[in-house]
Design a protein around this ligand. Structure first.
Ligand SMILES: NC(=O)c1ccc[n+]([C@@H]2O[C@H](COP(=O)([O-])OP(=O)(O)OC[C@H]3O[C@@H](n4cnc5c(N)ncnc54)[C@H](O)[C@@H]3O)[C@@H](O)[C@H]2O)c1
Length: 363
């Protein structure tokens, strides 16, 4: 069955990188289609037309059909990635301001997708991922909507552990659940190392013991304000140096912040995690990924949006059991779910902001 994929926000850092990674991966074949979707402005259409030719120049060997779709209402795909919206900036310095700005963008895109492609699979990349999932899942079949933030965080955690053990990330399986934000929950009990060397397993045990000595939140709080200060002052090497010395579970709270601030986005890592989710949905082979989904009691009796382990098919997500969580991990996950709920309710109760200023919404 041919694959038809749309990237909403394809002119952005993440959207354009994802398009390149999808084409580079050779996931798509000649009869498949990749839609680069703009948002109705002449500037976004112009940029996408240029992006299309650049992608063709790079990847046309596979003869995948690459289309520019100037308006969201004309999207036509089985898999829709939402990478449109604003991020942190000088004007929007916190997650709440980003959420308030992106809320109306999410609502508009979700309404148009609901009328146009209700049976697609929707992958939310834009932040806050949980707000996006909530809004899309309220307008579409919730099982067809998931956020990729938890997969991104899980890959980061696996890399941080692999780095400290001196092995490849391929040899580490790790899970980060909860929020794609300050309430994320890295699970030491789920870490699996596929290396056979006893030294590596001993080193992992030592790492876990070291982490257990001081609560994660305390370790993050001890370095985060300083890192924020250093990044604000433009002292990026110093900020990375502090992050490098943090233990893996705390490092993933601070390192992405430095990266996002120093290069405006995290396009390669985010696209890679999104691509892994797309590959999992197409393979439909029960491989475990992680995603923010709107739960109705399927896991730990949770109701609301939360990052959990899932499997994927083209028709949507299926929850994986979580009854093996340690008591403290379960408590952290329940707290994360409550914090997500409070944040989302707060944002949804705010008055709608005026239209985004032109210079932000043009491309
Ligand atoms: N989940 C993650 O791990 C992760 C990582 C990086 C970025 N993000 C989020 O993804 C989103 C995109 O990030 P980016 O770095 O590519 O940003 P970017 O500024 O480079 O691109 C933003 C995209 O959104 C589009 N856009 C802007 N206003 C719009 C509107 N009113 N309607 C529709 N589309 C609009 C732009 O045309 C552009 O294509 C942001 O919300 C960002 O916070 C998430």
């Amino acid at each position: 069955m041919p694959i038809s994929m749309a990237i909403i926000g394809a002119s952005g850092a993440v959207g354009s990188t994802l398009a390149a990674q999808v084409l580079r991966s050779q996931l798509l074949e000649p009869c498949d289609r990749l839609q680069l979707v703009g948002h109705g402005s002449a500037a976004s259409e112009g940029k996408l037309l240029g992006t299309r030719i650049d992608l063709l120049d790079a990847f046309d060997d596979e003869r995948v059909e690459i289309e520019v779709v100037p308006k969201i209402i004309d999207v036509d795909a089985d898999i829709v990635v939402i990478a449109a919206g604003v991020g942190l900036s000088l004007k929007r310095t916190n997650r709440r301001d980003v959420a308030i700005a992106n809320r109306s963008i999410f609502e508009k895109i979700a309404d148009e997708c609901a009328s146009r492609v209700p049976d697609a699979l929707f992958i939310v990349v834009s932040n806050p991922v949980e707000l996006g999932v909530d809004i899309f899942a309220s307008r579409l079949e919730r099982r067809r909507v998931f956020g990729m933030g938890a997969q991104q965080d899980s890959l980061r955690f696996a890399r941080a552990i692999a780095k400290d053990l001196g092995i490849s990330r391929r040899q580490v399986r790790a899970s980060v659940l909860g929020e794609h934000g300050q309430s994320m929950v890295p699970l030491w009990s789920a870490v699996e190392v596929l290396a056979s060397s006893p030294d590596v397993h001993r080193a992992l045990d030592q790492l876990k013991e070291e982490c257990a000595r001081t609560p994660l939140r305390e370790r993050v709080a001890a370095i985060q304000p300083l890192i924020i200060e250093l990044v604000r002052a433009g002292e990026v090497p110093e900020a990375y140096e502090i992050a490098r010395h943090a233990l893996p579970d705390a490092r993933i709270f601070v390192e992405p912040f430095i990266t996002a601030r120093s290069m405006h986005s995290t396009p390669n890592a985010t696209s890679n995690a999104t691509l892994q989710c797309i590959v999992a949905a197409l393979a439909c082979d029960h491989r475990r990924v992680h995603g923010q989904v709107l739960l109705e009691g399927e896991v730990l009796d949770l109701h609301g949006t939360c990052g959990v382990p899932i499997t994927l098919s083209r028709d949507g997500w299926h929850p994986e059991p979580l009854d093996w969580l340690e008591a403290c991990e379960k408590e952290m996950l329940l707290n994360a779910a409550a914090s997500i709920r409070d944040f989302t309710l707060d944002v949804l109760s705010q008055p709608q902001p005026p239209e985004l200023e032109l210079e932000e919404a043009t491309i």
